[in-house]
Design a protein around this ligand. Structure first.
Ligand code: 5GP
Ligand code: ZN
Length: 107
């Protein structure tokens, strides 16, 4: 079972920001900005290419809900797909980064 599935199953602790039937949002353990959340679909899927449209919609809905609720108007949403793009956990997740000026292009 992958590490995010273990977090979803509460086998590994995480700082939960938000949870609903389809998604979990947690604080990234290795935060890269003052605000760094991971928004994760509860059903395991490796990446954005493999995901069902409903899973992507559930994640983007959670991102909208959370950013509105927390008043986060400016942020970056990132999905790394594949090792060359920086993906290290093989379970789809959206990074949400905010709270500092974010450089572009990313490294
Ligand atoms: P990726 O490199 O796959 O795009 O992002 C994986 C992210 O998951 C990294 O930012 C990493 O810090 C985070 N991460 C890895 N393991 C854990 C964990 O056990 N708990 C939490 N909260 N974040 C994790
Ligand atoms: Zn998983």
């Amino acid at each position: 079972m992958c590490i995010f599935c273990k977090i979803i199953n509460k086998e590994i602790p995480a700082q939960t920001i938000y949870e609903d039937a389809d998604t979990l949002a947690i604080a990234d353990v290795n935060s890269q900005a003052p605000l760094h959340w991971l928004v994760i679909p509860k059903v395991h899927v490796e990446n954005l290419t493999q995901a069902a449209p409903e899973q992507i919609l559930a994640c983007t809905r959670t991102i909208q809900h959370l950013t509105r609720e927390k008043g986060v108007a400016e942020y970056r949403a990132v999905v790394n797909t594949g090792a060359a793009a920086g993906q290290t956990v093989p379970h789809l997740h959206f990074h949400i980064l905010a709270g500092r000026a974010l450089g572009w292009p990313p490294g």
